[in-house]
Design a protein. Structure first.
Length: 133
């Protein structure tokens, strides 16, 4: 079965909600499962639970068939997202334009002018969809 992964902030921001809506649309169009991912940073933990995340998503979009809610603890958001997407062997990852710009800044420390979509496709071997938020 096809899997779409969408990283979001909790509580949901307007940008996260827009990215989530697009990911849900893509999952529905492709008859895919959807994993909604939140990274709860160790250094700024809000002790978010899967139930908290699920309730917030369902308040925004209503119940989603074949949705899975994941809260990962981590030090770096980008690294935790890459690990989850790779571990799940996702077919599609949907990120917001703000997420892409944060990854670009992070990778710029290592590479001169990184192409985020290309980097993610190379590292993850999946389709990357960037939502204009």
């Amino acid at each position: 079965m096809t899997l779409v992964v969408v990283p979001v902030r909790y509580p949901l921001t307007s940008n996260s909600a827009a990215t989530l809506r697009e990911a849900a649309r893509i999952a529905e169009d492709r008859d895919a499962a959807l994993t909604v991912l939140h990274v709860d940073l160790y250094q700024d933990s809000h002790n978010v639970t899967r139930i908290d995340l699920k309730r917030a998503v369902e308040r925004e979009l209503g119940p989603i068939d074949r949705a899975r809610y994941v809260v990962r603890k981590g030090f770096l958001v980008e690294e935790s997202i890459l690990e989850e997407v790779a571990a799940e062997d996702a077919d599609v990852v949907v990120i917001g334009s703000r997420q892409a710009s944060r990854w670009r800044r992070t990778l710029r420390k290592v590479f001169s002018d990184p192409d985020i979509d290309e980097f993610l496709r190379e590292k993850l071997d999946c389709e990357v969809v960037t939502v204009d938020t």
